[in-house]
Design a protein around this ligand. Structure first.
Ligand code: FMN
Length: 168
């Protein structure tokens, strides 16, 4: 399977964007941008995220056993870009956050956030599938829409309809 073709095909699936936050062994805030996120179960409330084995954030989550899913709004493209950076950079610089229920960072201004306890990490090729139990959440009351990722580009929802469709 050609990896470029694989990426292109997967990129045809439009997603929202999250930032997964946690803490390191010293209690410092850590995190990364992730669109491989899905709701998994209602009872019990569970979700999953898929993190690259090479990701530094993955190691911190496996140690701390907790993470937060921050669902980004259309106004947070800068947040997505900051947390997609690798290496020795302060991804939180200029980005407001507070400390949540398991002593991990929760980003301000998101559409919603869910703090999770790590139930299980399952191997999935070059990624780990992290299953999280929802512990605490918040939902933003504003009308701001989601930040979208499609075809390797950022996008936003508009009021436009597909050709031939009519509003009912
Ligand atoms: C829109 C977008 C979505 C991403 N989704 C994922 C993802 O689902 N899983 C993943 O492992 N990396 C994903 N990444 C890449 C990570 O954010 C990136 O590799 C990051 O630098 C990892 O940081 P870390 O090594 O400090 O943990 C995504 C990047 C972008 C821009």
């Amino acid at each position: 399977m050609d990896s470029t073709a694989w990426r292109s095909a997967m990129g045809k699936f439009a997603t929202g964007i999250t930032v997964i936050t946690t803490k390191d062994a010293e209690g410092n805030p850590q995190g990364m941008t992730v669109n491989a996120f899905t709701s998994l179960s209602l009872d019990p409330p569970m979700l999953l995220v898929c993190l690259d084995n090479k990701s530094a954030t993955l190691k911190h989550i496996l140690d701390s056993k907790t993470f937060c899913v921050n669902i980004l709004s259309a106004e947070q493209e800068n947040v997505s870009r900051s947390f997609a950076r690798r290496g020795d950079v302060d991804k939180f610089e200029g980005i407001p956050y507070h400390i949540g229920v398991t002593d991990i960072p929760v980003l301000d201004g998101c559409l919603a956030h869910v703090v999770c306890g790590l139930r299980k990490a399952v191997e999935g090729g070059d990624h780990q599938i992290l299953l999280g139990d929802g512990l605490q959440l918040s939902i933003q009351q504003s009308e701001t829409g989601p930040l979208i990722f499609y075809g390797g580009k950022y996008g936003y929802l508009t009021d436009s309809l597909p050709q031939g469709a009519s509003a009912s």
